[in-house]
Design a protein around this ligand. Structure first.
Ligand SMILES: *Cc1c(COP(=O)(O)O)cnc(C)c1O
Length: 373
């Protein structure tokens, strides 16, 4: 059958037909009509974080990581010192790219089943005045933890350090308000909670730090300051834009606004999340995280203890019933992940739980109960 599977992955994710249809036209990158789409997208993105007065937004070609790397290279001086708050795989990736950009990098480690501790962050900032920037992953998609953005932003403001936020898997769903949360840069992408297709990221940069960013990046293609200056001057992207991705994002944002914006999206994802967790609990599955730090974005479940369980076979069985699951990203325990984001509702989540039940049956596994109960 040529019907698409439902993607329960945190990007790429299931998009609406309307968003897919937006990609059926070709656009010239110099054309005024396309430039107007870019301008509209940028304006809408700024409105989502209430950043019109304080920030600019700079789009960049590539997957989300390209924009994280670009943000670090553009924002942090070559002799800067970055503190990465690490409670998972995406934090480790941010630390790695920071070191590869030749910026001094210190990692403040936390367990992957814990949120970042503001008290530990405060101590680190007090202890080391050479730290110029802090990198926080808002929702650590590795396990699904929601980190305390407001508290960390407050500490960075209090101690006069720059804050770079990877809000890739939270932007558009979890509230972020630039009027009350101070950050130097915030990064997200087209193919996550805005429900566009993958292919571009965007970085909000605080106007107060923008001018100082000139010439910091050692990369031509990833220089967000240069991209910004060129875009302001010409209305165009510096290099070939992902035209189809941009028009799909414009369409996805129109649907986001029509749905009721961030609060409506959070309400739908929360309902997806509850339906998933309740349904999986009835099958015996246990979430990896405590509920108080779990974001309604992606859920990590312990693997069933039964000897027949093997993620690849489980994945193929769920796929045969129409749903694409996601492997776990933890090194210590055997897990798998299920995303709650995308153009899906509680109806699809009920069907997903049913598909998981059928997959267990196919594999001869009586329940999802993990090792140790
Ligand atoms: C998706 C995601 C990214 C970007 O990953 P890409 O594979 O480059 O798109 C970065 N950080 C977080 C927290 C994410 O969820």
């Amino acid at each position: 059958m040529d019907r698409d599977h439902i993607l329960l992955t945190p990007g790429p994710l299931t998009t609406t037909l309307q968003t897919k249809l937006a990609m059926l036209r070709d656009w010239g990158s110099w054309d005024g009509a396309f430039n107007a789409v870019t301008a509209r997208v940028r304006k809408s993105l700024l409105a989502i974080v209430h950043g019109e007065d304080s920030h600019v937004v700079v789009p960049l070609q590539g997957s989300g990581t390209f924009s994280v790397e670009a943000a670090v290279a553009t924002l942090v001086p070559r002799d800067g010192h970055v503190l990465v708050l690490d409670n998972g795989a995406y934090c480790k990736r941010a630390a790695r790219l920071t070191s590869m950009m030749d910026r001094r990098c210190t990692v403040l480690p936390f367990a992957d089943h814990e949120a970042v501790s503001p008290a530990a962050v405060r101590q680190a900032l007090v202890n080391d005045s050479s730290i110029t920037h802090v990198v926080l992953i808002h929702c650590e998609t590795g396990a699904g933890v929601l980190n305390p953005l407001q508290e960390v932003a407050g500490l960075c403001a209090e101690h006069g350090r720059g804050l770079i936020i990877d809000a890739m898997s939270s932007f558009g769903a979890i509230p972020i308000d630039a009027r009350s949360t101070r950050f130097d840069a915030l990064i997200a992408a087209s193919g996550k909670c805005l429900e566009g297709v993958p292919g571009m990221g965007f970085v909000f940069i605080r106007k107060a730090v923008l001018d100082a960013c000139a010439g910091r990046s050692q990369s031509l293609a990833m220089d967000l300051h240069d991209q910004y200056v060129y875009m302001e001057k010409t209305g165009q992207w510096r290099f070939t834009p992902p035209t189809h991705v941009v028009v799909a994002l414009a369409e996805a944002i129109a649907q986001f606004e029509a749905e009721g914006g961030q609060s409506a999206r959070l309400a739908r994802y929360t309902q997806n999340f509850r339906t998933l967790v309740d349904g999986m609990a009835a099958l015996g599955f246990k979430p990896f995280l405590a509920p108080d730090i779990q974001a309604p974005i992606i859920v990590t479940f312990h693997a069933p203890a039964h000897p027949n369980y093997d993620f690849k076979r489980f994945y193929e069985a769920a796929k045969a019933h129409g749903f694409i699951l996601y492997p776990g990203k933890l090194t210590q325990v055997e897990t798998f992940r299920v995303g709650c984001i995308g153009a899906i509702t509680a109806v699809e989540m009920e069907q997903a739980v049913h598909a998981v039940a059928l997959a267990l049956k196919d594999l001869g596994i009586p329940s999802g109960v993990p090792a140790g109960g």
